[in-house]
Design a protein around this ligand. Structure first.
Ligand SMILES: NC(=O)c1ccc[n+]([C@@H]2O[C@H](COP(=O)([O-])OP(=O)(O)OC[C@H]3O[C@@H](n4cnc5c(N)ncnc54)[C@H](O)[C@@H]3O)[C@@H](O)[C@H]2O)c1
Length: 265
């Protein structure tokens, strides 16, 4: 193979040109950066987020890259809102090939003090939204007959759980199960379902949890001895989104964590 052929092959493997990606929680720190990466690889992007201002700002940043983008304010704990995002996506782009589920909230409330309302809210945002979005967008992908790629954002807390974040860990364990179950369910329709399991990346939802003591413990347990930068999630996301680069990959949980998940004493 010539170097020109190799170059074309690499471009072809990772190009998302002509694809449309819906990024749920795309107004946030990690998903916003991933959205930029998918757009950089050629995708049109729909940013769906509870926070309308952040969704609009992120969509504009993508347009500034020269790609098409749409902002949708949505509470993804509500199926009707997710349905509305699908309809807006189809109306604007004619189809959807990539879904990233990244809405998330967290809390460090000690176990005996967790009120049912908090438990329910975290499960709704971190787990139920993934179920609902996989139903709504998964159906659209299956019915299209063209396949697709669903990427769920899991967590280092999914298995085994981190200390302090009880409900979040339960939710993220559920996200792993959704990923594997649907990988099997959707495979005949060529809809692949995978997850990215990030280590520690300072962001909005975990800002209050990162106390001095916890940061020391995180660093001691991370062989690379640093936080991740949001841009370090782009490679895994583009790989999993591309139906050429990861054509035989489904049901996988890809760690991007500086070695956290491989660490023991
Ligand atoms: N930051 C980390 O270290 C880390 C590690 C592992 C996993 N994660 C996961 O990555 C994802 C992104 O989190 P982040 O760290 O970028 O935090 P973030 O707070 O910056 O982003 C989360 C986004 O979710 C949105 N959101 C919350 N509730 C919503 C709702 N009901 N409907 C629609 N959108 C809603 C928020 O508005 C926000 O834009 C989350 O699923 C989080 O659990 C983060």
């Amino acid at each position: 193979m010539s170097s020109a052929e190799a170059h074309t092959l690499i471009e072809d493997l990772f190009s998302l040109a002509g694809k449309t990606a819906v990024i749920i929680g795309g107004g946030g720190v990690l998903a916003g950066e991933i959205a930029m990466g998918l757009a950089g690889a050629g995708a049109n992007v729909v940013i769906a987020d509870l926070n309308e201002e952040n969704a609009k700002r992120q969509a504009q940043a993508i347009r500034d890259l020269g790609r098409k983008a749409l902002a949708c304010q949505a509470d993804v704990t509500r199926k009707a809102d997710i349905q509305r995002v699908l309809e807006a996506t189809l109306a604007n782009f004619g189809g959807v090939e990539i879904l990233l589920n990244a809405a998330g909230i967290n809390s460090g409330t000690p176990f005996f003090e967790i009120e049912e309302a908090e438990w329910q809210r975290i499960l709704d945002v971190d787990l139920r939204s993934v179920f609902l979005a996989c139903q709504v967008f998964g159906k659209a992908m299956v019915d299209s007959g063209k396949g697709g790629s669903i990427i769920n954002i899991s967590s280092a807390s999914s298995d085994p759980p981190l200390s302090k974040v009880f409900t979040y860990s339960v939710a993220k364990g559920g996200v792993n199960q959704i990923t594997k179950f649907l990988a099997r369910e959707f495979a005949p329709s060529r809809v692949r379902v995978n997850a990215i399991q990030p280590g520690f990346f300072p962001a909005e939802q975990n800002r209050k949890l990162l106390t001095e003591e916890r940061v020391a413990s995180i660093m001691n347990h991370t062989p690379m001895r640093r936080y991740g930068a949001p841009s370090e999630l782009i490679g895994a996301a583009v790989y999993l989104a591309s139906d050429k680069a990861s054509s035989f990959v489904t049901g996988s949980i890809v760690r991007v964590d500086g070695g956290f998940g491989a660490m023991t004493i």
